[in-house]
Structures are given as C-alpha cells and as structure tokens.
Design a protein around this ligand. Sequence first.
Ligand code: PGA
Length: 379
Amino acid sequence: MKMLNDKWLAALVAAGCIAAVAAATYGCGTGSGAMLPILCWGVVLAAGLFWGLTTRRVWRRLSERQRYRFLFWSYAVPFFAAMPTVELLFAETLPQFDRLGLKLATAAATGLTIALIYDFIHKNRQNMRKKIVAGNWKMNTLPAEGVELAKGVAAGRSEVCACVNFIVCPPFTHLAMVAEALKGSDIALGAQNCAAEAKGAYTGEVAAQMIAALGCKYVILGHSERRQYYGETSETLNKKMAQAYANGLTPIYCVGENLAEREAGKHFDVVKAQIEEVVYNLTEEQFADLVIAYEPVWAIGTGKTATAEQAQEIHAYIRKVLADKFGAAADACPILYGGSCKPSNAAEIFAKEDVDGGLIGGAALKAEDFLAIGKGFAK
Ligand code: PGA
C-alpha cells in the first residue's frame, strides 16, 4: 500500500515535525499550557515513526492474505486505543460514543475500510503490470518461413486485446528480415541469446550490440536449454545481463527446475538461487526493466503443463523473492509462464494473479496458435 512506502513515511514524519513545531509555538504563547500539546505531538510523532518503520519491515515478508489481516489490525487497534481522546474532545457532541459496542464497531469499520482500499489499489496494480506473450522460435524455421510467420502474427494482431505486448524471438539469422516484416506493427522483436562479451575475438558469438542494431528490444537469457546444453552458469549470465542493459535490451530472464528437483520438492530453492545469483546483482533501475520467465524444465516441449495452481504458487514465491531485495518494485515486474503453454490452457494460467503472460515455444510456430494464446487475456 502507498501509505507504507518511503515517500509516505517521510511525509508522515514531516507532518509530525511541522505539527510539533506549530504546537510548541502555540504553547509558548499561552504560558504553562504549552507542555500538554507539545507532549501530545511528541507522542504522535514517535508513534507514527515507530509504526511506519516496523510496518515497512514486516510488510515485505507477508503474503497477500496476511497483508489484509495486518492492515485490519494495525488500523483497528490504534484507532480503538485513540477512542478515549475522541471521547474527551467530543464528549458533548457525541454523548452516545461512550458505548463500547459503538466504539468496537467504529474501530472494526476503520480497519475494514483500510483493508478494502488496499484491495482496490492492489487489484488495479496487478492490472497495470505489462501483459506479455513472447514467442521463442528456438532453432526452427528458415528465414523465409520466419518472415511469413511474423507477417501472420502482425496480420492477426488486431483480433487480440491491445493490452497484450507481443514479442517474437526468431533465430539470429532471421532478425533483420523479421524486423522488416514487423515494421508498422506493435510486435516487438527479441533475440534468444547474446554474447557475454561486448565484441572481439569470440568466433561464432553474437554481441548484444549487434542484435540491438537490428531492432531487437528484448533478449532471452538463461533459457534452460542454454543452461543444460551449453553450460550457461550464473557467472556467464551476469555478464550477459550487463551486456543486454548496456545496449538498451530488456532481458527475459528464465528460471525453472527440472523434474528431479520438482519431485524432491526443491523447486523453490532452485528458482530462488537462480534469482539471487543473477537478478540480485542488478541495480534498481535495471530491475525496473526486467521480465522473468518461469519455465519448469519438465514442462518444456513435453506436453506436460504445470497446473494453473502450480504456476501461481511459484510465481507468487518468485515475486516474494524479488520483493525481499527490491521491495515494492517487485509488484511491477512481469513474470511469464513457459512450458507447453497452448491456446487450450493459456486463459486459465494467465488468469492467475501473479502470471503476467507466457513464453511460448512450440505453439509460437503457428501464427494462429500464438495469437490464440494472446486471446487468453480477455479483450
Ligand atoms: P514449449 O517451450 O512451449 O515448447 O514448451 C517453451 C520454452 O522453452 O520457452
């Protein structure tokens, strides 16, 4: 909630200070009565500071459901505690206020209102996150076929909600031609990888600078196939991320566990480590320009999809791991699901609160299917 971020905390402190000074000034002019208002404002200031700092610390560690309860109690209880003051001040105008039931009801209503306001802000914030459907063509299509595919996607794009950001990631060899085919459309271009170095004697590598020059806006990094078959480690990925940012590319950073890890119940630890070892090294500015793709290796190209609940569970976990480092900015980071996502299951998976779209392999090779997946987001 906004009230809990740094700006609001600072505003609270500032308001408290101003009020304390005002009270002191007023008090000085009225002789011995000065002590009481100063003391009151001192208490208000200290309580505000304490409340702000503790809630900020606790807040990040809470799940969504706990946050509602937390808000309810952290407003209702202090409000109830403040009732004697209200009674004192409005004793004449509100005589019935001394009834306990009325006090309790007012305090509960206050807590509930704050929790509902949070719910409203939170829901809108989720809707404000970028919705992304990205196609990872892998090592498929010849250049001319790729151009046709891209044209097909561009041609049918208007049937899908304008709120969906489409990205296609063809092989390096097709980038220039596909960029040309996508001209005039809002479909973005991405590459499937980039080199860890800026340029030089690295035979067979393709630099981030080169793909950016061809019109790419995105680059997939850390895909499980690259980790598995080409030995990509967090160390290399840190360098690749740096190259991507240095050239104005947005990384689509992939994380995900394999079957053995899932069966051993280690999936949370695996994605946590993949995030900590790479994403935690980003600056806040870089983090604001990052897309994460959760792709369980056991679901990639196998036809086995994670259930919508499994996806939501781990996406929410990923967002929490991101929030532990980057705080509220984690709410704005799109987290895509990948792994046998197709027209028949996209809508159910995308409907989950922390799923912001998909990274699509096989089904991205047919314009019709790829667009149908985009329709998983209601128009
Ligand atoms: P899939 O691949 O949709 O074919 O399972 C997804 C990916 O690896 O990005």
